[in-house]
Design a binder for this molecule. Structure first.
Ligand code: NAP
Length: 329
């Protein structure tokens, strides 16, 4: 697969998001299937694995530890801290230095490794100055526990403040045809400071593959059930966009999912998408998106078809929107 720079590392242009194997979209596959899939991801050329302390409340990191740590030199390992399950079992955002140090020790133990290549602050804890959280993560680099720092879902202003405290190698935020917020300021800020932009949910959480036609059939625990774009009020209007989108995929001679990933790669050379899947065929299909070149005409048609004016509904519900720090249109 073609390579792209990710901070100080070189990785496959398409990374592998591990979240759905333990978290978010209903019960993931069983452990044996997950272990097989993670090894198939490596075999298919993915050399960036993305996990977090939050995913499965530790399960996802443990799974990676079991599945691929014997192949540690074949990939760049990215995880995240600062959002986790508290003692009462509730999700908590906490960026205090002592908490980040403790989560990092827990991540290392669960992953079964001495060092995490890229460690993100999963959310900026607005009760704690960003410099304090980033300063603590910088100390972890100096202590040899992590190699590089990233931030997730931050505004350009927060990114600049953080970068002044300690160099930021990557920003990970939601970015796809239907989520364009990074285009306001963060992509440019990443260019300016020399950080790579990692696009999460690059398939619009499944929407852009055309396979998710009935969100009312999603598992009760599926987080998309609480996302306005997937609601009964909004999803039919969003689905209607896929008729023309499917025609454009045909013209580009690729699947709808591949079109979404190829669009991100073509949009900006500083972007690395990290699609997630629990399915081997989808994994192979996604990995081949890096070979697809899109014409200027197709890029323009996509830009016009799916954008902030044509998509209905917010990407998160009101409570989750309060937790993030990105610019809004
Ligand atoms: N930093 C953050 O706050 C944050 C938030 C969310 C996610 N992330 C990261 O981003 C990664 C990816 O995001 P995501 O999983 O939310 O969204 P995504 O990659 O946009 O979409 C995943 C969904 O698409 C389906 N899918 C994947 N490939 C497909 C294909 N070729 N054909 C048909 N369906 C396909 C998957 O189902 P199947 O399993 O059936 O393929 C799954 O339902 C996560 O694993 C995580 O590492 C980070």
């Amino acid at each position: 697969m073609q390579q792209r720079a990710l901070g100080p590392f070189n990785v496959s242009a398409i990374g592998f998001g591990c979240m759905s194997l333990s978290h978010g979209y209903g019960p993931g596959p069983d452990e044996e299937d997950s272990i097989r899939l993670l090894n198939q991801a490596l075999d298919a050329g993915h050399t960036l694995f993305d996990t977090a302390a939050l995913y499965g409340f530790g399960h996802n990191e443990m799974l990676l530890g079991k599945a691929v740590m014997h192949r540690r030199d074949e990939f760049v390992l990215a995880s995240k801290c600062g959002m986790f399950r508290d003692a009462a079992g509730k999700r908590e955002i906490n960026g205090r230095p002592e908490v980040l140090r403790k989560i990092c020790e827990d991540s290392l133990r669960r992953l079964g490794t001495d060092v995490i290549d890229l460690y993100y602050l999963h959310r900026w804890d607005k009760q704690v100055p960003i410099e304090e959280s980033v300063g603590a993560l910088g100390d972890l680099v100096r202590a040899g526990k992590i190699r590089a720092l990233g931030l997730s879902e931050v505004s350009a202003d927060t990114l600049r403040k953080a970068h002044a405290e300690y160099p930021i190698s990557a920003v990970q935020s939601e970015y796809s045809l239907w989520t364009r917020e990074p285009e306001i300021a963060v992509l440019q800020a990443c260019q300016t400071i020399g950080a790579t932009f990692v696009a999460f949910s690059p398939l619009a959480r499944g929407f852009l593959t055309g396979c998710l036609t009935a969100p009312q059939q999603l598992a009760d625990t599926d987080i998309r059930r609480n996302m306005p774009r997937f609601s009964e009020d909004n999803y039919p209007a969003n689905l209607a966009l896929l008729h023309e989108y499917g025609r454009i995929a045909k013209a580009a001679q690729c699947s709808m999912g591949q079109l979404a990933l190829a669009w991100l790669l073509a949009r900006d050379e500083n972007v690395i998408p990290i699609p997630g899947t629990s399915n081997r065929d989808h994994l192979i299909e996604n990995s081949r998106s890096a070979e697809i070149a899109l014409s200027q005409d197709i890029m323009e048609r996509l830009d016009e078809l799916i954008n902030r004016h044509t998509v209905r509904g917010e990407r998160y519900n009101a409570a989750s929107l309060l937790e993030i720090d990105t610019e809004s249109f």
